[in-house]
Design a protein around this ligand. Structure first.
Ligand code: URA
Length: 209
């Protein structure tokens, strides 16, 4: 599983342990998700292409390198993906944002799409899809398919917790995509929740239960 990067860092482990705790409230949960997203973005952006620029310092002219952040598009999968959007945007503030609304049918567990709004995507764009929980992988695989259909080619997926089942589905359907996660958990339960996981990320972000 060369495409799977489990970002191993004491700060991520510390913050994720607080997020997993059932007694952690939405304010702290949102703040921690934002902080972990910053750390994941640092790692996931390591291979972004740079362009050479000329910079005039107070003393001389020198060469620098810059990321073409206008060619980066972040795609949060609604709604839990919104919890990771600001974390990425704070490091790449000129990125564009595309939105994809997908929920999973509770009976079939298949993804049902209800909203798509992407900026123009081209082959030289870097697309970062964010969703905290990679569970069955079906919504994520659907999202990647949509991004490709709209012209995206270079795709990174960032999540907080992945289940082995979801990772396998995404890698099988899209072997060209790199996956960055803060943790790889044990398994899914019979309702497709990640074990040990942290429960329903959307509900915990927005106190909807
Ligand atoms: N989505 C969640 O929010 N949590 C899970 O455990 C699985 C999918």
């Amino acid at each position: 599983m060369n495409n799977l990067h489990i970002v191993d860092h004491p700060l991520i482990k510390h913050k994720l342990s607080i997020m997993r705790n059932k007694d952690t409230g939405p304010k702290e949960f949102r703040e921690l998700l934002n902080e972990i997203t910053l750390l994941l973005t640092y790692e996931a952006s390591r291979n972004l292409p740079t362009i050479e620029v000329e910079v005039e310092t107070p003393l001389t002219i020198t060469k620098g390198e810059m990321v073409e952040d206008k060619k980066i598009t972040i795609v949060p999968i609604l709604r839990a993906g919104l919890g990771m959007l600001d974390g990425v945007l704070s490091l790449v503030p000129n990125a564009s944002v595309g939105f994809l609304g997908v929920f999973r049918d509770p009976d079939t567990l298949m993804p049902i799409e209800y909203y798509v709004k992407f900026p123009p995507l081209t082959e030289d764009h870097q697309i970062i899809i964010v969703d905290p929980m990679l569970a069955t992988g079906r919504s994520m695989s659907h999202a990647i398919k949509q991004v490709k259909k709209h012209g995206g080619k270079h795709i990174i997926l960032m999540c907080l917790i992945a289940a082995p089942e979801g990772v396998s589905v995404v890698i099988q359907d899209h072997p060209d995509v790199e996956i960055y996660t803060a943790a790889l958990d044990e398994k899914l339960n019979d309702k497709a929740y990640i074990i040990p996981g942290l429960g329903d990320a959307g509900d915990r972000l927005y106190r909807t239960k």
